[in-house]
Write a protein that binds this ligand. Structure first.
Ligand SMILES: NC(=O)c1ccc[n+]([C@@H]2O[C@H](COP(=O)([O-])OP(=O)(O)OC[C@H]3O[C@@H](n4cnc5c(N)ncnc54)[C@H](O)[C@@H]3O)[C@@H](O)[C@H]2O)c1
Length: 341
């Protein structure tokens, strides 16, 4: 049996907390213009919201704004946005060093500041002190219990909305609240995310790393164990995954797949006495050795692969072009009709 994709709510019906949340009127303040902030700002600006993007340093802000402009330019070159729409989106973004003015006028603050308890705590204190009493805060933390870091006055007005990089392309946002205070806000947050083209998934409780980073962490243990044991090369590992579980996951996810494998066989696989789980390593040697040699990945031109003289922007644009094409073909399988259910 198939089902129709959930309709995005009309933006005129959206609400956050006790206030309507409407393009053209409502203001979104994004704190932090590092890896995540500019992509999140782009999404809201593209959907008609007035956006303030804030940083603590001029250099960080300039870099973040360039990244936002690059993101829009790529959408134009991929014919996903007209030049006029991109110009209009950019015109809706104001950039600031410092954030007091932007926090004070925000209807929604999205914090994408450094993953550091003290930095986050200070940000929440500022929002509680100078934000409107109705302001809603979304935290993009990857693992911190932000409810324990924030003032009691923010209870019911703060949820985690955890995006994935590049934020303007990857659909998933994990939404986590502090039940029972945030049940309504989580629902409203999901509706707003759907209206700006995202695919929200609600978590029923706080868990360190949420869901997808936990899966990636566990997968990482096995990946590095196999590489370090010399079982397979990094190139072949990536080919093997792209040619098997990646497309299958796109169709079946990771749970429904068991129904097709057969639950009996799955039990026998878990019980297989010859199967050794990888030993626990705090940080895999393969990773640490490269970091110690100054090879940090695309940022330095070398990681597991050698990127020659290509700049980080060229590499990111190439990745993002492919991601747009993959998403265009496969978005049907994200939250549209599925082959079986
Ligand atoms: N990088 C990712 O792939 C990713 C994915 C999902 C979630 N996250 C989370 O998103 C948040 C941001 O991650 P990032 O990778 O963009 O970090 P980043 O280090 O690239 O950027 C954070 C930026 O916040 C700025 N900042 C610090 N304090 C600030 C303040 N008070 N006001 C405004 N700006 C401030 C810093 O100067 C820095 O430029 C973190 O909580 C992180 O865990 C990151």
């Amino acid at each position: 049996m198939t089902s129709l994709p959930p309709l995005a709510p009309a933006t005129s019906d959206l609400q956050l907390g006790s206030q309507p949340f409407t393009p053209g009127t409502s203001r979104v303040t994004v704190l932090g213009a590092g890896v995540m902030g500019p992509g999140i700002a782009l999404v809201f600006a593209e959907h008609g919201y007035q956006v303030d993007l804030c940083e603590i340093h001029e250099t960080g802000l300039a870099k973040g704004m360039q990244s936002l402009r690059d993101g829009l330019a790529l959408k134009v070159s991929e014919q996903l946005l007209t030049q006029e729409a991109a110009d209009a989106a950019l015109a809706r973004v104001q950039s600031h060093v410092g954030s007091d003015v932007a926090i004070a006028r925000a209807d929604l603050v999205i914090e994408a500041v450094s993953e550091n308890k003290e930095v986050k705590r200070q940000v929440f204190d500022t929002i509680a002190r100078i934000g409107k009493p109705t302001v809603i805060t979304w935290s993009n933390t990857s693992s911190l219990d932000v409810f324990a870091l924030s003032d009691a006055s923010m209870r019911g007005r703060l949820v985690v909305a955890h995006w994935f990089a590049p934020a303007q392309i990857i659909p998933l946002v994990e939404v986590v609240g502090s039940a029972p205070h945030t049940d309504t806000l989580m629902q409203q947050t999901c509706e707003v995310l759907r209206a700006v083209g995202k695919t929200p998934v609600r978590l029923n409780k706080m868990v360190n790393g949420f869901v997808i980073n936990r899966l990636q962490r566990l997968l990482g243990r096995e990946i590095f164990h196999l590489l370090e044991s010399g079982v397979i090369s990094p190139e072949d590992m990536d080919i093997a995954v792209r040619a098997s579980i990646a497309p299958r996951m796109q169709v079946l996810g990771v749970v429904q797949r068991y129904d097709f494998t057969g639950l009996g066989l799955s039990v026998r696989n878990f019980r297989d006495p010859d199967f050794q789980d990888p030993p626990f390593e705090e940080v895999p040697k393969h990773l640490l050795d490269r970091v110690n040699d100054g090879h940090l990945g695309v940022a330095t031109g070398q990681g597991f692969f050698d990127y020659g003289t290509q700049t980080m922007l060229e590499l990111q644009n190439e990745r993002d072009r492919h991601l747009y094409r993959v998403m265009e073909r496969l978005s049907h399988y994200v939250d549209g009709p599925r082959p079986v259910r």
